[in-house]
Design a protein around this ligand. Structure first.
Ligand SMILES: *Cc1c(COP(=O)(O)O)cnc(C)c1O
Length: 368
């Protein structure tokens, strides 16, 4: 198999799995239990919380564990919207957010909130000026993802964060694609809430976290009510093996994620592909090296989709069964014909320039 879909999910390294196994089998105590077994699991969970907090310049007390970035986004947007609905009912996001943000916003719209969807420029960038134009006195939260999951475009979130800070509006960013890949400091970037996921950075599926600035003083309504876990914000027994696996993935991320090396892999891939066809790269200049969004005019998409050897995302993984092209490609101005011939190729651990060349040659089999 030639896997070129690391932006959809990454493998769990065996070394990380090994660290998780004892917490499933021997030290399986409930982290909320007060006996020794419970306290032992709780201690390991707290260690993971520290690792994640350290990675983004936050306090451990500001991290809530969730089932992944989708749930973190739900907690961030619904949690703040419901807690602040008496202060205002206006929310700003963009038209190129991950499907889950758009569907949460659609839900909130039906619940009486007003959503403004800022449009990107043709490079897929959301400028702080475009947010500044639509921010209002009754705006309660702005949500813009750090790195777009289809284009790889990095948004100027520090500028957007600073703008929100000046206006006294909360700023949330979905950092599922940037966490452990780009340097993030929640203070320097004026981030108030941030969603992350483990399985995008070599951790297990089914675990993620939400950073909430000054969590103890910030009113957020829970989405999952429970028995008081996570300061009452997220009910349910803490998934200790997954949380510990996420902590390991974050602390060992330097081993699996090397954005400089991936940049060389990307160049090798493009050089090789260029021998077979011409292409255009979407997403502007500030694109993360591990994601490549390209339109190949002569691509035979039917033939590519039948190829069981190649795992490549057409448009975006979540909507690749859809008839229309993705909302992101539409928003940057691609036609249906162009969108149909557009691929998101995402690279990751284990790729060398040599292996990338071979992958490009295999893809080239589907060029007519
Ligand atoms: C993958 C992804 C999600 C969903 O994350 P899960 O942990 O799978 O729920 C949300 N937002 C972005 C930007 C993503 O890339």
């Amino acid at each position: 198999m030639i896997y070129l879909d690391y932006a959809a999910s990454t493998p769990l390294p065996k070394a990380i799995l090994e660290t998780m196994i004892p917490w499933f089998c021997e030290d399986f105590g409930n982290p909320s239990s007060s006996h020794y077994q419970g306290r032992k699991a709780a201690k390991a969970v707290e260690r993971a919380r520290e690792i994640i907090a350290d990675k983004i310049g936050a306090y451990p007390s500001e991290i809530v564990f969730t089932s992944g970035a989708t749930e973190s986004n739900n907690l961030a947007l619904k949690g703040i919207a419901l807690a602040r609905r008496d202060k205002g009912r206006h929310i700003i996001t963009s038209s190129i957010e991950h499907k889950c943000i758009l569907s949460i916003c659609n839900y909130l719209e039906n619940e009486g909130f007003e959503i403004t969807y800022v449009e990107p420029n043709k490079y897929g960038e959301i400028t702080s000026a475009s947010i500044s134009k639509v921010i209002r006195d009754d705006t309660i939260i702005v949500s813009i993802s750090h790195v777009n999951n289809e284009l790889g475009t990095t948004q100027p979130i520090r500028e957007i964060g600073a703008l929100c800070f000046d206006k006294g509006v909360l700023f949330h960013t979905d950092a599922a694609q940037s966490f452990c890949k780009l340097d993030i400091n929640v203070d320097d970037m004026y981030i108030d809430l941030m969603s992350v996921s483990a399985h995008k950075c070599y951790g297990p599926k089914g675990i993620g976290a939400l950073y909430i600035r000054d969590l103890r003083e910030t009113k957020v309504d829970p989405v999952i009510h429970g028995a008081g876990q996570e300061l009452g914000l997220r009910g349910g027994t803490l998934a200790s093996p997954l949380i510990i696996g996420m902590g390991e993935a974050v602390s060992q991320s330097g081993l699996y994620i090397d954005q400089v090396a991936i940049g060389e892999v990307r160049s090798a891939f493009l050089n090789e592909l260029g021998k077979y066809c011409s292409y255009t790269i979407n997403g502007g200049v500030s694109v993360i090296p591990n994601i490549l969004n390209i339109t190949i005019q002569k691509l035979d998409i039917q033939s590519l989709m039948r190829d069981e050897e190649l795992a490549i995302s057409q448009g975006s993984a979540c909507s690749s069964m859809a008839i229309d092209i993705s909302h992101v490609l539409r928003a940057i101005g691609l036609s249906f014909e162009q969108g149909e011939k557009t691929l998101r190729i995402s690279l990751g651990y284990g790729y060398t320039p040599q292996k990338a060349k071979a992958a490009a040659a295999t893809l080239a089999k589907h060029i007519s």
